[in-house]
Design a protein around this ligand. Structure first.
Ligand SMILES: Cc1ncc(C[n+]2csc(CCOP(=O)(O)OP(=O)(O)O)c2C)c(N)n1
Length: 314
């Protein structure tokens, strides 16, 4: 994929997320939301390395994965707005989108909760001989959960077709990862499970695509799981109400120099004004796309109150 395709895919997620924040502030999205601004190159690169039969499981910071996996923007906005969307009928909201039709097992608000689920999908794929791979994304803090240990050990022992992407944005909520972990790289932990671990630049979609492609090929061939640690930085708070007082001053400004869109723009500027103009044109197209999607979502009705007791299993 070329520079402009990367830019379009990442800019679409960025614009979606920025609009989400506006809609949240305007009261059109209920509850808190967790944005992935700055981390978009990870889902964009990863999903390019997947096939439709593969299963994707992510966290509450999963809007970017849903978009990269091809879930429709109108459905995503209307689900976020609690409307009767074609995804989960407004029941899932921001942190629990799912769409099996898109190979998207869904988001999960429980830290590391997606990992045993993804192992289950990998186990099913191995059992059925479908050749499908299960990919799961979690944050750096999630690797300290017991469920993460159990999932990785199980996947390794049974050589399951699992790819774990750890989006290392250096914070677990408001706690820096360096205060919680005594290994230099989270990828080093892979050795304890007997699986390969790699650390990559998560702000470059092509690098992510290559790493996931290699891990997927290994998994499909029966080689078992891989842990990919993708370095990145979030440009916004942990959640929509986070004032980020715990972040050193200047940290976000310096992250803005390394974020994926800024990098692509720098490369275009070196090439010349035509290349920059093409990116500007993409920005306009993306903005129109998002405007239209929000308009479409606003036209979706709210669920019928008479259905409130449907989909309950307790
Ligand atoms: C089991 C569990 N414990 C605690 C929480 C509260 N919580 C929500 S997000 C979060 C931090 C997770 O950080 P990380 O895994 O690094 O992901 P990031 O938010 O940085 O993407 C915590 C502790 C939770 N949702 N689930």
């Amino acid at each position: 994929m070329g520079r402009e395709e990367d830019y379009r895919a990442i800019a679409t997620i960025r614009a979606f997320e920025e609009r989400c924040m506006n809609l949240k502030t305007a009261g059109e999205i209920p509850g808190s939301i967790h944005l992935c601004d700055g981390q978009e190159a990870i889902p964009v690169g990863a999903c390019r390395a997947l096939e439709p039969r593969d299963a994707v499981t992510v966290t509450y910071r999963g809007h970017g994965w849903a978009i990269a996996r091809g879930l429709p923007l109108v459905a995503l906005f209307s689900e976020l707005m609690g409307r009767d969307s074609e995804l989960n009928g407004g029941r899932a909201g921001s942190p629990f989108f799912s769409s099996p039709a898109h190979g998207f097992l869904g988001e999960n608000s429980i830290v590391a909760g997606g990992m045993p689920m993804a192992v289950g999908a990998a186990l099913a794929a191995a059992h059925d001989g479908s050749g499908a791979v299960s990919i799961v994304s979690v944050g750096d803090g999630a690797l300290n959960q017991g469920a993460a240990h159990e999932a990785l050990n199980f996947a390794s022992v049974f050589s399951l077709p699992l790819v774990l992407v750890v989006e290392n944005n250096r914070y677990s909520e408001m706690t820096p990862i360096r205060d919680m972990v005594r290994v230099e790289r989270l990828a080093d932990r892979a050795a304890a499970y007997g699986m390969p671990g790699v650390t990559i630049d998560g702000n470059d979609a092509a690098i992510v695509e290559k790493a996931v492609h290699d891990a997927v090929a290994r998994a499909r061939a029966g080689g078992g799981p891989t842990l990919i640690e993708a370095d990145t930085e979030r440009l916004v708070g942990h959640y929509s109400g986070d004032l980020q007082a715990y972040r050193p001053s200047g940290e976000v400004a310096s992250a803005r120099e390394r974020e994926p869109l800024a990098r692509i723009r720098r490369a275009a500027a070196e090439e010349g004004p035509d290349a920059v103009a093409r990116l500007d044109a993409i920005d306009l197209e993306v903005s129109a796309l998002i405007d239209a999607a929000v308009k479409g979502a606003r036209a979706v009705p709210y669920p019928d109150p008479a259905t409130v007791r449907e989909h309950l299993y307790a």
